[in-house]
Design a protein around this ligand. Structure first.
Ligand code: ADP
Ligand code: MG
Length: 607
């Protein structure tokens, strides 16, 4: 048997690190500025534990551009490096001085956060440079400054040099393919993207480009509502003020801070995903938080910062990362708890916000079962009259006496368009039923899923059947017409209403009910609504005819008169007009049929 250590050929591994580790070339600046920030933070830690006794002075990081010499220089006044340290941290690829430092000073000093982790970041500089120089002088008393140089081959030079001040200058000699980076605007854009909230001042062309203490790193107790609003404005200068926010602050079993803002959303077109930015120790990582934040919360805005989300790895890796999964679950819980608390402590203001948050509460209930469990307590059904809100339990209490069907299910009656469905709402209310609004884009899908997820609940739109049948579809009715009269009336109707998919039925409703009522069966209509939203079975259902029932109310006094009408032509026209009126109230009378109806009405009135 043989045992041993795997050997790496530097000549082969080097180009891989240089070219393929990072797909995005911009990040060289992120890496080098992060190292400079780390060096400055480390010095503060050494000072706070009493190891460094000198003057820290200004611990700024400066980025400068020399177009003539084709160089970008990143300078700091941090801990610097001795020759031995350069050999250890720079000449050894994938040996992280950051990690070593964090282990050594864990729990000591003021615990400044260190960004570095894998010991690979520095080498990203070779993606854009033909040569890199390091000028560095350690914080240690009487240190000799050193200069390191490398052209991207595995050979380097290390020699003594002169350097006045403590700290490090990294000089990048930009290669030919990367000259785009020798542009002020480009550098500024990259710095503003990645370094906007770094904890040490970053200067470019004499200006500080960052806010060193963004709201999310502060304690919630130190922040006022104005502070949160102001930070929102800093992130999204053109957005409307947020509805409310959640300040995340977790340190076990993983580290996570951040602020999630709830924007006002009522319309589909207002939805903007990818408005949450992911940071790691205040360094920007990505706007694509897909796997970290549950899908339904992607509608939120704000910042999440977690050093436990690895900065240097590819995004596909995130999916399988156990920390990422925990973070996802934690955020879901936090959001649910916050909504629950708002509901309990100030129900009125929660109700006022409901129209803006309904969309993603419903979406969350459909997609995350953990959220569904909690949301049951604060999800609201709004009465069509407006201003009255019920939780499901409250609705059950208020309506179960009259809205429980034979299968012992609570029938929730709803309207998708209260103005259009007004006559049906009126009919349902006359029976003492409670009708709620279901107007948002997710409602068709929501209703479908809740019928499965909630026990003993059924949803029925107010126009799905005549009011008598809304709760139990086959309520018996008594007609005042004789069987022969019913036959005659039905024949005239079927003769007049030869529309495909329309079924004519005779029922004995109340004398005060409408003479003809057109209803659209719940299931087929719902499928078609969902198809219109672009579900999977979209085209199939969209092509199906509507299931329309035309109920003729045999008890309406008008039929006594129509049956007694001697002129059969006139009789047919009257019946046709009654049918058209009912179709009209469902919005189903259009085009030539509508024109014919108008002409016929005028003609009948002339008689
Ligand atoms: P990481 O930051 O993940 O540790 P890097 O490749 O970015 O890896 O850097 C390797 C090491 O080089 C750092 O951990 C640090 O010890 C040292 N180093 C890099 N840049 C500086 C700097 N500006 N000042 C002091 N030390 C530095
Ligand atoms: Mg680094």
């Amino acid at each position: 048997m043989q045992k041993g250590a795997i050997r790496v050929q530097t000549e082969n591994i080097f180009p891989i690190i240089k070219k393929f580790l990072y797909s995005d070339h911009d990040i060289f600046l992120r890496e080098l500025v992060s190292n400079a920030v780390d060096a400055s933070q480390k010095l503060k830690t050494l000072a706070s534990v009493g190891e460094f006794k000198g003057e820290i002075g200004e611990a700024d990081v400066t980025v400068s551009l020399d177009k003539e010499k084709k160089t970008i220089t990143i300078s700091d006044r941090g801990i610097g490096m001795t020759a031995e340290e350069v050999d250890k941290y720079i000449n050894q690829v994938a040996f992280s001085g950051a990690e070593e430092f964090v282990k050594k000073y864990k729990g000591q000093g003021d615990g400044a956060n260190i960004i570095g982790h894998f010991g690979l970041g520095f080498y990203s500089s070779f993606m854009v440079s033909s040569q890199v120089e390091i000028f560095t002088k350690s914080w240690k008393p009487d240190s000799q400054a050193v200069r390191w140089e490398c052209d991207g081959s595995p050979e380097y030079q290390l020699e003594n040099t002169e350097k006045e001040s403590r700290g490090t200058d990294i000089v990048l000699h930009i290669n030919e393919e990367s000259e785009e980076f020798l542009d002020e605007h480009r550098i500024r854009t990259i710095l503003e993207k990645f370094c906007r909230f770094l904890p040490v001042p970053i200067k470019f062309q004499g200006e500080q480009i960052n806010n060193t203490s963004p709201a999310w790193v502060k304690k919630p107790s130190d922040l006022t509502a104005e502070d949160y609003q102001a930070f929102y404005k800093e992130l999204y200068p053109f957005a409307e003020p947020p509805l409310f926010w959640i300040h995340l602050n977790v340190d076990y079993p993983f580290n996570l801070t951040g602020i999630l803002y709830f924007p006002k959303i009522t319309k589909t077109y207002e939805i903007q995903k990818d408005k949450i930015s992911l940071y790691s120790n205040q360094v920007f990582v990505t706007d694509e938080v897909k796997n970290i934040v549950p899908e339904f919360l992607m509608l939120l805005h704000g910042v999440i910062d977690s050093p436990d989300i690895p900065l240097n790895v590819s995004r596909s890796y995130l999916q399988g990362d156990p920390n990422v999964k925990k973070i996802n679950a934690h955020i879901t819980k936090k959001v649910a708890d916050k909504l629950d608390e708002m509901f309990r402590t100030d129900r009125k203001s929660f109700e006022e916000k409901w129209e803006h948050i309904a969309l993603f509460v419903k979406y969350g209930m459909m997609t995350e079962d953990k959220f569904l469990d909690k949301a049951g307590k604060f999800h609201l059904l709004e009465d069509v009259d407006g201003g009255t809100f019920y939780t499901l339990e409250e609705y059950r209490t208020a309506a179960s006496a009259v809205q429980t069907n034979k299968e012992n299910k609570l029938v929730v009656l709803y309207a998708t368009n209260p103005t259009q469905q007004d006559s049906y709402i009126a009919a349902a209310k006359a029976k003492g039923y409670k009708v709620v609004k279901m107007e948002t884009m997710v409602d068709a899908g929501f209703i479908n899923q809740m019928e499965h997820k909630w026990e003993n609940v059924l949803f029925t739109r107010v126009d799905a059947d005549i009011a008598d049948n809304l709760i139990n579809p086959d309520a018996a009715t008594q007609s005042v017409l004789s069987e022969a009269q019913e036959g005659t009336l039905k024949d005239i109707f079927t003769g007049q209403v030869a529309l495909p998919g329309v079924k004519v039925e005779l029922k004995g409703l109340g004398a005060q009910d409408q003479p003809v009522i057109v209803t659209r069966g719940e299931l087929m209509r719902r499928m078609k609504d969902m198809a219109a939203m672009g579900g999977s079975a979209a085209s199939w259902y969209a092509g199906m005819p509507d299931e329309i029932t035309m109920t003729v109310n045999a008890n309406h006094p008008i039929y006594q008169r129509i049956l007694g009408e001697g002129d059969s032509g006139l009789q047919q026209k009257q019946v046709r007009n009654l049918a058209d009126l009912a179709l009209l109230s469902q919005g189903l009378l259009t085009g030539a049929d509508l024109t014919a109806f108008v002409n016929r009405s005028v003609e009948l009135m002339e008689k």
